[in-house]
Design a protein around this ligand. Structure first.
Ligand code: ZN
Length: 255
């Protein structure tokens, strides 16, 4: 029997909601962590598969899941942290066994916990929508995070705003904000004639920015330190992506 923890917690997401969340006092962070741990453990034990749990402060999606290669990823609103056994079982049924019968149990629980669902956006929570018409940035991010970073990059990702109609001479295809840990991808990439490997490359590049923050050497800011560049060059489609960008920049500028 493998004694390694069968689950992982996304600390970033557990940490984020706790400050400005309710008017009522919240349990301290370590208590929340402990509950999240227990919940992940119970789900994993119930289902017999590794579970990767994220705790959210979402306003609309209370439970969601996705089967990843290494683990079943489950995202739950923090209202579920002290859910009773039958509700935890319903999460497992829903996310792990695809049982529709779990729906009413979850719905009823969520209805009873309505006051815990935040009505307002966090003040600095901007719109960040990962779902484009052609590319799902969240899926791309998750796949790259799993494949190249051991799941260690903690960031939100979404499409940037569509810029005005004026002519552009250059275009910034991605941006990473260290403060908010947000990746934005230029919306001109969300079109069917942009190859998936190129979007992969842009997202990968922005993820590297979290791993290798810019370097202040001799009073000069180096946005892409040497280690950054080395990791970037090792990305399998590095050459192809640069080539594609060179050959198609005009198309992107026109978008
Ligand atoms: Zn960069």
């Amino acid at each position: 029997m493998n004694s390694a923890a069968p689950f992982q917690l996304n600390l970033f997401e557990v940490a984020r909601p706790l400050s400005a969340l309710f008017d009522q006092p919240l349990p301290p962070r370590n208590v929340v962590m402990q509950r999240a741990n227990q919940l992940a453990f119970r789900l994993s034990r119930d289902l017999g598969v590794p579970v990767r749990l994220s705790v959210t402060d979402n306003r609309s999606t209370m439970v969601s899941f996705r089967r990843a290669q290494a683990a079943l990823r489950i995202r739950v609103h923090h209202m579920f942290l002290d859910a009773p056994e039958r509700v935890v079982r319903a999460i497992a049924d829903y996310a792990g066994r695809g049982r529709r019968s779990a729906g009413p149990v979850l719905d009823e629980y969520i209805r009873g916990k309505q006051p815990l669902i935040r009505q307002e956006r966090h003040p600095n929570e901007s719109e960040l929508d990962p779902y484009g018409r052609f590319f799902d940035l969240q899926a791309i991010f998750d796949r790259l995070n799993e494949g190249y970073f051991h799941g260690g990059i903690q960031a939100r990702i979404g499409w940037g705003r569509m810029p005005g109609k004026r002519r552009r001479k250059s275009i910034r295809l991605g941006v990473y904000d260290h403060q908010t840990r947000e990746i934005r991808v230029h919306p001109s990439l969300d079109r069917p004639d942009v190859p998936g490997f190129f979007v992969d490359f842009i997202v990968f590049h922005e993820m590297l920015h979290q791993l290798f923050p810019s370097d202040d050497a001799a009073g000069r800011r180096i946005h892409h330190p040497r280690a950054f560049r080395e990791r970037e060059r090792a990305f399998p489609v590095y050459e192809a992506a640069l080539r594609w960008e060179r050959d198609n920049l005009r198309l992107l500028l026109k978008a």
